[in-house]
Every structure is written in structure tokens, then in C-alpha cells.
Design a protein around this ligand. Structure first.
Ligand SMILES: [Fe+2]
Length: 315
């Protein structure tokens, strides 16, 4: 029983601790323990559900691959929105790289491009199971007498496994309760875990995290987040231009490294590779000025385990 609770609380973290939340606040260790304690009994790792409305009428096959993570052109009207997440196996203990994620949604006015591929595109989870794309907040459109809540459509296909077709919604949308699909709270079409919070980041864009849990072949080692071993408290400034300072904590004397990866999973930097005692540290990364702008992931590696990831944006 105790072991089960432990596992469940860890899954709670995997599922609910967003990169955004951790990156914007210093979370004291005591507070974190409380969070774990409070949620022990209600925590599960849930398979991502289908949407009641399925694919809907506006899918177009053969959308192009998204270039530099921008689903929406920079001149597309609307509020910019970045969605990131990790594709995970059904028990949330492994990540699934190279998962095809086919995305489409309405424009700011609630209209689909049904002749071309605007706001339609494909991306893949990277070597660490992460995916990211930047777009605009979709507009609402009438479905009968009422508006459908803002939503993004997904067709998600892990290598060698069936495709999951579903939709993503946003917390606080007043049209969710009246929507036949978004209001489902149980069963096969339960939308609860597909309604995500979005928050304004320091770059003036909305950001949301959505982890996708489905049947597929996972890999171990990169998503074994063990926040009881250590944590990156903060990386600032983020977004950054010239350099980033990491503040991190180690709870047991260990061999410690901070590694930086690009979206393809290629390691672009290694910081602070040394044996360190249990305490708080800081480390600064000043990348080569020629490093391309974009999104990177920092990983705190303790012994041979990546214990915590944090997203970085170079502008
Ligand atoms: Fe739709």
C-alpha cells in the first residue's frame, strides 16, 4: 500500500507539475512535500482520452511538417500560444520519442482553412519525448445554437501504434460547460485532463503544458523525474539572450551535471560536471552567440538519472 501511494504521488508529479509552474516560482522543498502529501490518494496516471466529437468535419490530410515549431505564421492574427508536453507510455514511467502529432485548429475568427493548410501541421516528439509548437489561441465557432469552446484538434501516432484522435481545451472557457464534448467528466470521452490552464509568460505569450499518455513503445532513463533527488529551482532570465543562471538543489551528495538539449535531443552544453554535496548551487550558461534562437531543455542529471527538466527559450 505504501509503495502504491509512493508511486501514485510520483505520477501526480509527472502528470501535473508543469514546466511553466516550476520555472516561474521558487518552490521551497517543504512546500513541495506538502503538495505531495495532500494529493497521495487522488493521484493517477490516466491514458489520454478520445474526444466525443472525434475528428470533427474539418480535418485535412497531408498537412506539412511545422517549420521551426511555428504552426501559426508570425503575422497570423490572434494571441500567441505555446503548447509543450511529453508523450508518455500508459504507466507514465517512460517517454515515447518520434510520435507523430498532427495538429489543426480554427483561426482567431473561428474559421478553418479548408482549402489550404493554414493552422494545420505535423510535428514529432523529440528524443526526450518532448513536443512543442507555437500558434495562436483558436477562435470560437457556432455549433448549432451555441459556440464550441476554443480547442485544438490532434491526431497522435506513436511509431507502430494506433492513432489517437482528440481535442484540447483551455481552463476558464465559459463555453466548456455547454459543449457536449468538452463537458464530459467520466468514461471513454472524459475531457477533464484535456482542459489545461494557460498562463502568460514573460515573453508576452500564453503557455500551456499538455502531456499525452498513450499506448506505445517507450524508452527509460530520460523521463525518470525523481524530484526527491534534486531540482532546478529556477533559470533566469527566461527567455534569455546572452546567458542563463540556474539555481538548483541537490539532496544527497552525488555526481551532478546540468545538460542542455535542443529540440532534436542533441546535447548543446554541459555545466557543472562534478561531485557535489547536498545543498543549493547556481551555475551560469553563456552559450555561443551563434546558437540559434528557439526552445531548449535543461536537465539536471544526478548520477545517471535525469531528475528534472526545465524549458528555456533563447530570443
Ligand atoms: Fe474544431
Amino acid at each position: 500500500m505504501e509503495k502504491e501511494l509512493e508511486t501514485n504521488s510520483r505520477r501526480y508529479f509527472l502528470r501535473n507539475t508543469t514546466l511553466v509552474a516550476l520555472s516561474t516560482s521558487l518552490m521551497p522543498l517543504k512546500g513541495m512535500a506538502n503538495v505531495l502529501g495532500q494529493n497521495k490518494s487522488s493521484v493517477v496516471c490516466n491514458e489520454t482520452t478520445l474526444d466525443l466529437y472525434g475528428q470533427g468535419p474539418f480535418y485535412t490530410a497531408n498537412a506539412p511538417e511545422i517549420a521551426i515549431n511555428q504552426l501559426a505564421d508570425l503575422n497570423e492574427t490572434g494571441i500567441r500560444l505555446i503548447i509543450t508536453g511529453v508523450v508518455k507510455t500508459l504507466d507514465c514511467t517512460q517517454v515515447i520519442p518520434n510520435t507523430l502529432i498532427d495538429i489543426w485548429h480554427a483561426n482567431n475568427a473561428g474559421t478553418y482553412d479548408n482549402t489550404g493548410f493554414n493552422l494545420r501541421g505535423k510535428t514529432y516528439s523529440n528524443a526526450q519525448g518532448y513536443y512543442v509548437f507555437e500558434t495562436i489561441l483558436p477562435g470560437k465557432y457556432l455549433n448549432g445554437a451555441s459556440y464550441r469552446p476554443r480547442h485544438i484538434h490532434f491526431k497522435i501516432t506513436p511509431p507502430g501504434f494506433p492513432t489517437l484522435i482528440t481535442q484540447l481545451y483551455f481552463e476558464g472557457d465559459t463555453d466548456i460547460p455547454g459543449d457536449a464534448a468538452a463537458s464530459v467528466t467520466s468514461g471513454n470521452f472524459d475531457a477533464t485532463s484535456r482542459i489545461i490552464p494557460i498562463t502568460l509568460n514573460s515573453d508576452g505569450k500564453y503557455e500551456g503544458t499538455w502531456d499525452i499518455v498513450l499506448n506505445g513503445d517507450g524508452i527509460t532513463g530520460v523521463q525518470d523525474i525523481n524530484l526527491n533527488k534534486g531540482i532546478i529551482y529556477s533559470a533566469s532570465p527566461n527567455p534569455f539572450t546572452n546567458s542563463v543562471e540556474f539555481n538548483y538543489g541537490i539532496y544527497n551528495a552525488s555526481s551532478v551535471t546540468i545538460q542542455i538539449f535542443d529540440l532534436e535531443g542533441v546535447m548543446v552544453a554541459t555545466l557543472d560536471e562534478s561531485f557535489q554535496q547536498a545543498q543549493k548551487y547556481s551555475a551560469t550558461w553563456t552559450p555561443d552567440p551563434n546558437l540559434p534562437a528557439g526552445i531548449y531543455f535543461s536537465a539536471l542529471k544526478i548520477n545517471d538519472l535525469h531528475v528534472h527538466y526545465l524549458k528555456l527559450m533563447k530570443v
